[in-house]
Design a protein around this ligand. Structure first.
Ligand code: 5GP
Ligand code: ZN
Length: 136
């Protein structure tokens, strides 16, 4: 289950070298080439899934468990003060490489990095309408 022209398929399967910080049968975890902060890593499944919708549930579970372990390890080893776990699905959501991946971003009190959004100001009625749209 590899995709011919997918760079992350090639990296995950070792055809293109990467700075690997973890590997098992299902996943390779590499350092991002354009990190948001020191230690920014990407969890890549070795098989090709374009996004979270395609990722089988069992792999999704394993990916989160791995993120939990590596997040704790990076905080300890890099002396980070916390970390963000991010995962983008679709161009509108900022996805640029269409092979599922999770960003593990160690954060430091003085890193001056922004991983943020402009907070909205919906009314109570608007929130209720959205709630209905999703639940019903
Ligand atoms: P997305 O925007 O799709 O969630 O994230 C893609 C990430 O992959 C970006 O943070 C980008 O810096 C990283 N990236 C893109 N190409 C490569 C590559 O060839 N090697 C590595 N290590 N990271 C890459
Ligand atoms: Zn791929």
């Amino acid at each position: 289950m590899k995709e011919e022209n997918c760079i992350f398929c090639k990296i995950a399967n070792g055809e293109i070298p990467s700075k690997t910080i973890y590997e098992d049968e299902e996943f390779r975890v590499i350092l991002d080439l354009a990190p948001a902060a020191k230690g920014h890593a990407l969890i890549l499944p070795k098989n090709h899934y374009s996004n979270l919708f395609q990722l089988p549930e069992e792999k999704a579970k394993n990916a989160i468990v791995l993120a939990k372990k590596l997040g704790a390890r990076m905080v300890e080893k890099l002396n980070a003060d916390g970390f963000n776990l991010m995962q983008n699905n679709g161009e509108a959501a900022g996805q640029t490489v269409f092979h599922f991946h999770m960003h593990l971003i160690p954060r430091y009190k003085d890193d001056n990095q922004k991983i943020n959004w402009e907070p909205g100001t919906p009314t109570g009625e608007e929130l209720e309408e959205i709630q209905k749209q999703i639940v019903e």
